[in-house]
Design a binder for this molecule. Structure first.
Ligand code: MG
Ligand code: MG
Length: 248
């Protein structure tokens, strides 16, 4: 799983290199698929329940499951890039939200705090704690800024199948839900809205948007529960190296 996760991380970095105003979503998807296959893996998302692409590309008010189209990114957009890779019988699945060009302070903070909420959740991901401890940590952090947590979409166990038990909601009550056990791998993935928590799905059956049209951010990590603490199988290191170079 670490190897599958590593391919996802490096794929996200390849996509990061290309993110700028004017690049089309289809271009990003094509580059990702080629990179995944060149590294001996298969895109986990392509064909999953009929999903037509290798990446879920969700721009601005799209929360998750955006289908790569010929649409081009514009200055001020944010884009959640969710990627899955399957190799050696195991899936990797994680996500990062990128800023395109210059983003407003309000939306920049939404992204930053959503990422921070993911790490608040990860702190709770230790053997003996419960799934509700993770959800509570994410929810209480983001709601303190007036943001809202999507209810219908949740994190999940990951392994031989991309989506395994348990569900890992980004909201909840301390001490509730399934207990975390050593050896489990879970994907924690807060989907946090600037406005209301409600969502709606487009006629394509995939594209999931905020009901009020305000933006949403999404970050995901893969966490292995160990005897002592937890270990991230995913990393943003490759992405951050690209972003630092772009800023320089
Ligand atoms: Mg996931
Ligand atoms: Mg994902």
């Amino acid at each position: 799983m670490r190897e599958s996760a590593d391919i996802v991380g490096r794929t996200l970095a390849e996509v990061a290199k290309l993110i700028r105003p004017g690049v089309s979503l289809k271009t990003l998807d094509k580059v990702a698929e080629t990179f995944i296959r060149d590294h001996g893996a298969v895109p986990s998302f392509k064909g999953y329940d009929g999903f037509p692409a290798s990446l879920c590309l969700s721009v601005n008010d799209v929360v998750v499951h955006g289908i790569p189209s010929n649409k081009e990114l514009q200055d001020g957009d944010i884009i959640s890039v969710d990627c899955g890779a399957y190799k050696n019988g195991f899936h990797g699945d994680y996500c990062y939200t990128f800023e395109v060009g210059h983003v407003s302070e309000e939306i920049h903070l939404l992204c930053q705090r959503t990422k921070e909420s993911l790490y608040k959740g990860i702190e709770q991901a230790v053997a003996g704690k419960r799934v509700g401890d993770i959800g509570h940590a994410v929810q209480s952090y983001v709601e303190s800024f007036g943001y809202s947590v999507v209810r219908e979409m949740v994190g999940h166990g990951c392994g031989r199948h991309m989506h395994e038990k348990p569900d890992v909601p980004n909201y909840g009550t301390k001490g509730s839900g399934p207990r975390l056990k050593k050896g489990m791998v879970i994907c924690i993935e807060p989907m946090i809205n600037l406005g209301v928590k409600e969502i709606r799905v487009d006629k394509d059956g995939w594209t999931t948007r905020t009901a009020d049209g305000y933006p949403s951010a999404h970050y995901e990590h893969m966490v292995a529960i160990r005897e002592q603490g937890s270990e991230l199988l995913s990393t943003y290191r490759y992405i951050e190296e690209v972003l630092e170079k772009k800023e320089a």
